[in-house]
Write a protein that binds this ligand. Structure first.
Ligand code: THU
Length: 144
């Protein structure tokens, strides 16, 4: 199958969709809605908002919903991502969510950040990832 070209990144459209989904956030405890939007390699857009819980630590970040929507909608690799607060300002994904995004986008994922467009490796240097698991499996195989 021929390799399809990367889709064009419309950052303004992603921003508008992140703002729109932030209005669906369930944030009775923090009062801090977050909206996230991303472009998938096949041109789909996936979005997510944060969902809190009376057991505070169970909160789902907006990125969790976005990654879930990615897989529920057919999977694929994220190409470009951004997230916003209630003022529609760009914010950085939390550390845990950078790890989620790395798994879903790989090392070439682009993020629009308050300081400009960055790769995931710039905001999550030396990530732990799937390669660590395969490296370990290979080592275990060699020991058998
Ligand atoms: N939050 C996100 O949804 N994504 C992030 O990357 C940072 C934090 C949410 C979690 C919580 O509901 C609220 O923001 C305040 O921390």
């Amino acid at each position: 199958m021929p390799h399809s070209p990367e889709p064009e990144i419309d950052w303004d459209s992603l921003h508008a969709q992140a703002v729109a989904i932030s209005e669906r956030a369930y944030v009775p405890y923090s009062g801090y809605p977050v909206g996230a939007a991303a472009l998938v390699e096949d041109g789909r857009i996936v979005v997510g908002c944060n969902v809190e819980n009376a057991s505070y630590g169970l909160t789902l970040c907006a990125e969790c919903g976005l990654v879930s929507a990615l897989h529920a909608g057919g999977g694929g690799r994220l190409v470009a991502f951004l997230c916003v607060n209630a003022a529609a300002d760009l914010i950085m994904p939390c550390g845990r969510c950078r790890q989620l995004l790395y798994e879903a986008g790989g090392p070439t994922l682009l993020l629009r950040t308050p300081e400009g467009v960055r790769t995931i490796l710039e905001v999550l240097p030396q990530p732990f990832g799937p390669h660590d698991l395969t490296a370990n499996q290979a080592r275990e195989g060699a020991l058998q």
